[in-house]
Design a protein around this ligand. Sequence first.
Ligand code: DP6
Length: 327
Amino acid sequence: MQSASAIAHPNIAFIKYWGNRDDNLRLPENGSISMNLDGLSTRTQVTFSAGLPSDRFTLNGVSVTGPGLERVSRFLDLFRRLSGVQLPAEVQSTNDFPTGAGIASSAAAFSALSQAAAAALDLSLTDQQLSRLARRGSGSACRSVPGGFVEWLPGGSDEDSFAVSIAPPDHWDLTDCIAIVSNRHKPVGSTAGHALAKTSPLQAARVADTPRRLEICRSAILQRDFDALSSVVELDSNLMHAVMMSSTPPLFYWEPASLNVMKSVPFWRKHGVPACYTLDAGPNVHVICPSAAAGTVCQRLEQIPGVMRVLKAGVGGPARRLDPSLV
Ligand code: DP6
């Protein structure tokens, strides 16, 4: 029996990944930048054992079968191939945040699973190799392997498409105030969404302009320039949602309450409260602000009609191995 555990954080993208050049290898159309979310986490234990009839996967105590289990099995095959160990595995994973509602649970999941599977099989891999492997499970998971503020270098092949840290967690004290407007599972997941991106006539223009936005975002982070960060983060989210809404079939991830938040935040900013919004493939709105403003921002968000509750997350560290007793 070979077993190990790991923890990883989800991340929120400032510059979004939307659309693949290669769906199978998850090679993205464009680079992306994100911040890991401290306080929200996925803990995963993997046990490879000859005593199991086949792979098993439990998420938050509930057994997962069908496509969810197949995705995990196919992912574990990569590790079995690398190690030469051909044993079935049991994967037990728990999230301390709502699954499937715009907080990228697959990012934390596949990042934690990469760490745990590599450790269980005694594979000594570099962070770069782990990030490449995590990417194969879920693209954005490659950004949850390194810590802090992270950039996914899109690359052109499996070998050179991975994420690197551009600044450590303590570089800039930011908070993500996540306005939860729905707990429902999204009807169209990211994987199906990426495949539709190319049907939007706006996608080519979004992708062509990405190096410019990446540069603005990267220097805003390095210089801790919140005004510059705000404009590029909101623009990038709007561009991705414009692509989603103009795909065939169109994807509408917002709820009316999402728009309430999107209209309030720039108004607050104009009146001296530093904050900006961004939405992934779901209706919940991530409102990023310097931590000193987080109390005010959360209080205001809670008063917006349709906001059910607000989660707070600082800047998170990398995926890491856990002592089995802590799982
Ligand atoms: C909108 O990484 O969840 O959150 O590779 O199919 O699992 P798969 O997609 P995923 O896509 C993330 C899309 C996004 C933007 C982002 O996080 O960059």
